[in-house]
Design a protein around this ligand. Structure first.
Ligand code: PLP
Length: 264
């Protein structure tokens, strides 16, 4: 009989997010990214979406007590090293997650509002609730549209992105990564703002529509690096780098827009 090797103890990452039956975004993208990054992925599903690469067909919110039961089960058993949030769907869910704030280490908040297909993933009027959760975060990762909703500033250039980041840090986030991918210029500029400094990360735009799952993949990759003990700047740099590859080597799956490659 073969002897058992010494067990490996990867850091544990929890994703609190929505399920994407199409596998490109949401919990599915998170778990693939977390595992590819050498951590152990656990999950609390907030909402079950019926979707594919063409769009969202339906969405079913889980009762709050079922969301809490999943988070409690994970915390009862695992030493969680990092947490990311994705689709939280409603004000109630955002407030519920905020209630766990003291127990959420290395919290990366991806303030998901709308899918790349244009379908809403957050109830109208739930945006304000995000402020209290952002105040508890290690990092918040809005794209330009989410940044505009959260701060009232539409970041069309680097100076405005910096201003958005500063507002989010004033709200209480340790740091904000304002993503520039939604701004149609040949070179993408992401801006990382902390209360100490501002770092600009530039990378060439990849000419593709297959960006489904990009926000999920980036925030999961950063949470995974934080779970391994990287400092914030290193974790963000590594996450942005991974996402550039994930988009460059995107996956031609389904009849619609395809998906980013979570495990490059
Ligand atoms: N979460 C779920 C369940 C989704 O379906 C989507 C997009 O469709 C997202 C999050 C956000 O996706 P992205 O990573 O493309 O921003």
């Amino acid at each position: 009989m073969a002897r058992q090797e010494a067990p490996v103890s990867p850091p544990v990452v929890l994703t609190i997010a929505g399920s994407d039956s199409g596998g490109g975004a949401g919990i599915q993208a998170d778990l693939k990214t977390i595992e590819a990054g050498g951590a152990f992925g656990t999950s609390a599903i907030t909402s079950v979406t019926a979707q594919n690469t063409r769009g969202v067909h339906g969405s079913h919110l889980l009762p709050i007590e079922d969301i809490e039961a999943q988070i409690d089960a994970v915390f009862d058993d695992f030493d969680v090293a990092a947490v990311k949030t994705g689709m939280l769907a409603t004000e109630d869910v955002i407030e519920t997650v905020r209630g766990y704030a003291d127990r959420l280490p290395n919290l990366v908040v991806d303030p998901v509002m709308v899918a790349a297909s244009g379908d809403r993933l957050l109830e109208p009027d739930a945006e304000d609730a995000y402020e209290a959760l952002i105040a508890e975060s290690t990092l918040v990762t809005p794209n330009a549209d989410e940044a505009a909703v959260l701060t009232g500033i539409d970041p069309e250039n680097e100076g405005e992105a910096r201003e958005v980041g500063q507002r989010l840090v004033e709200m209480g986030a340790d740091a904000a990564l304002v993503k520039g991918g939604h701004i149609p210029v040949p070179e993408v500029t992401d801006v990382l703002v902390t209360d100490e400094d501002v770092t600009t990360i530039r990378h060439p735009r990849v000419d593709t529509d297959s960006t489904h799952g990009s926000g999920c993949t980036l925030s999961s990759a950063v949470a995974t690096r934080l779970s391994h003990g990287d400092n914030l700047a290193a974790a963000v740099e590594s996450g942005v780098d991974l996402l550039s590859r994930a988009i460059r080597y995107n996956l031609d799956v389904g009849e619609g827009a395809g998906a980013v490659h979570h495990t490059v």
